[in-house]
Design a binder for this molecule. Structure first.
Ligand code: ATP
Ligand code: MG
Length: 458
C-alpha cells in the first residue's frame, strides 16, 4: 500500500465522503477500461449461448460448480506459475482491510482445484465439473481481449488415460457443431510430455536459442531464463524462421506420454475429429503436461483462440492434494459471441422479445388488464407478454404497443370489459382487427404464435 501511494503524485483519497465530493465535482463516473456492460440488445445472445452450454454439460453429465471471484493471491502464484504473463503482469491484486493479499481470479482452474480439495470432492472419486463466470486480467483492451472477460471451463479429475482427454475435446466439438461453428474452427494439438521430459527438452531448447541469441526479441530474451518454452509461442515474424528450426518437444517425449498422445489421436480419428498437430503449442500456464490443445478461428483477427486447455496432472498435488490426474479447458465467451455475431449464427427465435402487448384502453381497465395478463401467462407459458404500464392517452398507449416489437396487441376497454371480450389487433400484418370472447383468447394466441397451452390438471 505504501509503495503504491508513493508512485502516485496525489495520495489516494481514503475518506469515502471526500471521494463522493470529488466525483460530484468532476464528470460522470464511467466503467473501468476493458470492463464491459452487457446491454439488453446483446444479452439475448449470451443467454442463447449459455443455455446451449448448460444443456450440453447436462448431456455429458458434467456438474456445475461456482467458485468465489476473489481468492488468496498465493493460490494463483503457486498454480499458474510465478514467471507466467498472468502472474507477472496481469493480475488484479490488492490488500483487503485485514492486510491479506487477494486477487480477482484470472482463470478458473486453480479455484476449481482449491474448491474440490477443500470440500473433499477428490477423495476416492472422480469428478467431471464445469463452471462459468467472469475472469480478470490487466491486459491491453482490444477486440476480443478485455480486462473483465468470461469463460466457460470444464475440469475432469481422477482419470489417467487419454479417453477423458478425448471426451472433453468431443464435448467442445459438439458445442461447435450445435452452434454451427464446426467449419470455422480448427483443433490444434500437441503434447508437452512429462515434467522430466520437459525439463530435458528445456535444456536442449535453451542451447538452441543461445546459439541464435541475436535473433531473439526483447520479450524472448526475458523469457530465455524464466520460461523458454513460451518463446515458441511468439508471433514475431522476424523470429518465425528461427522458431521453425527449433528442436520440437514432440520428438523428446517420454514413452508413456507418447503412448498417451497416440491413444488420444486414435480416439479423435475414430470419432471423426480433424486436428492439426502444432509442435509449437505450449500454452501460457505452468501447470500443463502431456495433452495441450486450442480451438482457433481465423474469423476474428488476431484474437483467434476461442477455447484452450489440456492436462495438468501435477496441479492437485502442488496445491496440497493427493496426486490426481486432471484435464480441462476454458473457452472465452466474448470471442465466441463475437464469432456467432460475425457469422450471423444466432437464431432469430433465440433473440427473445415481445409477442403480445396488452393494453388497458383507459384507467377503468387497469386492474382487469393486470389480472387478464396473469391468466394468459398461466395459460400459455411460452408467451412473451408485455402489459402496458404507466397510463397515458390511448394514442400514446398504441405507440408503445408498436415500439414493443409485439406482433399482436390486445385492447381491453370498458366495452370489452362489459361483454367479456377482447379486441385483437395485428401490428405487423394487413389484417382486420377481431373481437374475441376472452374465454377463447388463450387458445387463439397459442395458435397464432405456434405455442403450447398449459396442460390442465386432471
Ligand atoms: P491468449 O493467448 O489469447 O492471451 P491465453 O492463453 O491467455 O489466451 P487462457 O488463459 O488459456 O488464454 O484462456 C482461455 C480462453 O479464454 C482463451 O482462449 C480466450 O478465448 C479467452 N481469453 C483469455 N484472455 C482473455 C481476455 N483478456 N479477454 C477475452 N478473452 C480472453
Ligand atoms: Mg493471455
Amino acid at each position: 500500500m505504501a509503495r503504491l501511494q508513493a508512485d502516485h503524485a496525489q495520495p489516494a483519497i481514503e475518506d469515502p465522503v471526500l471521494l463522493v465530493k470529488e466525483f460530484a465535482l468532476s464528470k460522470k463516473i464511467q466503467a473501468i477500461r476493458g470492463m464491459n456492460d452487457l446491454l439488453p440488445d446483446v444479452s439475448p445472445r449470451w443467454q442463447f449461448f449459455e443455455s446451449r452450454v448448460r444443456d450440453l454439460m447436462q448431456r455429458y453429465t458434467f456438474d456445475e460448480i461456482r467458485m468465489p471471484i476473489v481468492e488468496q493471491t498465493a493460490l494463483f502464484a503457486r498454480s499458474i506459475g510465478e514467471v507466467t504473463d498472468i502472474v507477472e503482469k496481469e493480475m488484479y491484486t490488492f490488500e483487503d482491510r485485514n492486510g491479506d493479499s487477494l486477487t480477482l481470479r484470472p482463470e478458473g482452474t486453480a479455484s476449481c482445484v482449491r474448491a474440490a480439495l477443500e470440500h473433499g470432492l477428490l477423495y476416492n472419486q472422480t469428478q467431471r465439473l464445469w463452471y462459468q463466470g467472469p475472469m480478470f486480467r490487466h491486459e491491453r483492451p482490444q477486440k476480443g481481449r478485455y480486462r473483465q472477460f468470461h469463460q466457460v471451463g470444464v475440469e475432469a479429475y481422477g482419470f489417467e488415460g487419454p479417453d477423458i482427454d478425448a471426451e472433453v475435446i468431443l464435448l467442445s466439438a459438439r458445442l461447435w457443431q450445435e452452434l454451427g461453428l464446426t467449419e470455422h474452427v480448427t483443433l490444434e494439438l500437441n503434447s508437452l510430455g512429462s515434467s522430466e521430459a520437459r525439463a530435458a527438452y528445456r535444456d536442449t531448447l535453451v542451447s538452441y536459442f543461445e546459439a541464435h541469441r541475436e535473433l531473439l526479441d526483447e520479450d524472448s530474451l526475458r523469457r530465455l531464463a524464466s520460461n523458454p518454452l513460451r518463446i515458441l509461442d511468439s508471433k514475431n515474424p522476424a523470429m518465425a524462421e528461427m522458431l521453425n528450426g527449433a528442436p520440437q518437444l514432440i520428438d523428446h517425449l517420454d514413452e508413456e506420454s507418447r503412448a498417451h498422445f497416440e491413444g488420444l489421436t486414435a480416439m479423435l480419428d475414430a470419432a471423426g475429429i480433424t486436428y492439426v498437430l502444432n509442435p509449437r503449442l505450449v500454452r501460457g500456464l505452468d501447470y500443463y503436461c502431456r495433452t495441450v490443445f486450442e480451438w482457433t478461428t481465423t474469423a476474428l483477427g488476431s484474437q483467434g483462440t476461442v477455447c484452450a486447455g489440456g492436462r495438468y496432472d501435477g496441479l492437485v498435488e502442488q496445491l496440497g492434494g493427493k496426486p490426481t490426474p486432471a484435464v480441462g479447458f476454458a473457452m472465452g465467451i466474448e470471442r465466441l459471441i463475437l464469432l456467432l455475431e460475425t457469422l450471423d449464427l444466432v437464431p432469430k427465435e433465440a433473440l427473445g422479445g415481445c409477442d403480445v402487448y396488452l393494453l388497458p384502453m383507459d384507467e377503468s381497465t387497469t386492474i382487469p388488464a393486470l389480472t387478464l395478463a396473469e391468466t394468459l401467462r398461466s395459460a400459455v407459458p411460452g408467451l412473451h407478454l408485455q402489459l402496458h404500464c404507466g397510463g397515458g392517452s390511448f394514442k400514446s398507449r398504441m405507440k408503445k404497443a408498436d415500439k414493443s416489437g409485439a406482433t399482436l396487441a390486445l385492447l381491453l376497454g370498458p366495452d370489452e370489459l362489459a361483454n367479456d371480450t377482447i379486441t385483437l389487433k395485428f401490428l405487423r400484418q394487413e389484417r382486420d382487427q377481431q373481437s374475441l370472447p376472452q374465454a377463447a383468447l388463450s387458445a387463439t394466441l397459442a395458435e397464432l404464435l405456434n405455442l403450447a397451452t398449459a396442460t390442465q390438471p386432471t
